[in-house]
Ligand binder design. Sequence first.
Ligand code: PEP
Ligand code: MG
Length: 560
Amino acid sequence: MSERLRGVAAAPGAALAPPWRYRPPSAGRVVRHGLDEAAALAAGELERLASALRLAGNQPEAEILEAQALMAADETLLADARGRVAAGGFVADAVVQAGEQIAQGLAALDDELLAARAADVRDVARRIARIAVGAEAPRLARRSIAIADDLPPSITAELQRDLLAGIALEAGSRTAHAAILARALRIPAVVGIPGLLERATAARLVAVDGDAGELIIDPGPDERAAVESLAADAARRAADDAALATQPLKTRDGHRLTLGANIGRQNEAAPALAAGAEGVGLFRTEFMFMGRSRAPDEGEQAGAYTTVLETFGERPVVFRLIDLGGDKDLPYLPVGHEANPFLGVRAIRLARQDPELVLTQLRAILRAGRSTRTVPWVMAPMVADEDDVQLLHELVDRAADAVPDAPAARRGIMVEIPSAVTLADDLARRVDFMSIGTNDLTQYLLAADRTNPALADQQDALHPAVIRSIGRVVEAARAAGIPVAVCGELGGDPAGAVVLAGLGVEELSMEPSSFGGVKRALATVTLDQARDLAIAAAHAPDARAARRLADELLQASAAE
Ligand code: PEP
Ligand code: MG
């Protein structure tokens, strides 16, 4: 009998193979290499793995391993381990315990990014311990699906790519390093599967469905055939995506939309451009502010922004002013405990409490514009009304006074609060551009916390209330003669993208991994079909019905 386990879809695609259980190496008592020698060898291994990833075009992922190579030489780790050895401990035990000490300190900070770093420190310490006892690096003997509690990125990068068919983890989230690397290497993965190790370790065969977030243990003949067909589809999709990178985003009858990239860090700019982005529609600048005890200073920010502007040249780059607060709480923010942080002092509202935080960022953006002689686009998140627009103008004016000779920034707002939809025509007249954040707009329109998994059904942005709101914003932008984009997840959802094109949205900005699927979907429909779909979906009784209409259109037109 087969058994199905549900988890979090972490990397798309499907695979079928026997399980291979990864167990972190246990420390041992043999000493093949001394502590410092083992640490230097570990750093060398990590650097080699990083440069292989870099050569394959996976720069952001290479940086995870580069950071680990630095951790292997970190004096805090090594001094602690040396102390334990001096006190009579074995080298391998000592370094694992020292790593654990640092990791626990990081994990206690209750921050997802630092938690990922805690896992990285543990992994580095285990690598040093493995080398110290002279044990071999893990190898696959045949094509397998790796199952583990957690699979460190360094191990994923080290396993033979041609034999590693899929990954299934008991721990982890979509943003864990294991998931990020699986996506970069195009290895289907499901993470966060409760009970995985207990149920799957003894299986003869497992199937991973990285789109549905499902693992099948010992699948029957029909299930095996279904997974094999999914795997073949995924392989075809990957080949098509590569071929589509140079194609524009357009409907079957040639109606063009601008394709923007959503990025969170400067090093994502070059891969986004290579994947075919025509600009950055959303730079989530707050990522640079997270996982640290102080905000980055003006010079550090200007350096990062310059890199992104240089990469994109004349193409527009939209810098969203820091969207912190909400679920992104940081120790240095001027916000105390809030009962409802998503309804609290978040995003542009922070600028009223601590204008210098946002002014520093604006000066850095203008300096980057000045040094690259390009016009930066600046966008305020969570704008509720004209008062917030006024605040944006005042802040940009003040920053511009401090950075003479910088090209004037274009000023825009995110429409993601229902009041901004209601007031869209007034707001549109006062800015240069608008971008609709469907993630928050859905959360606030439907009063459904976007982080609450129990509300998954209420979080679909293809809800008629969201669709009608978008339609209203598009009309307001058109009347004011300004461009309007969508930078929420709906733009990267093939069905959503078709509805948005039908509503008259001119630009869709999304994660570059969604480019292929969205281009394919749009290329199957005409603009008139997309318009008819948008009208029908806007009048559907609920999101499920709207999505069914979109899926029916896409299936019918793909079959033509
Ligand atoms: C949105 O809310 O749709 C959006 C793009 O911003 P974020 O997801 O960063 O809140
Ligand atoms: Mg938002």
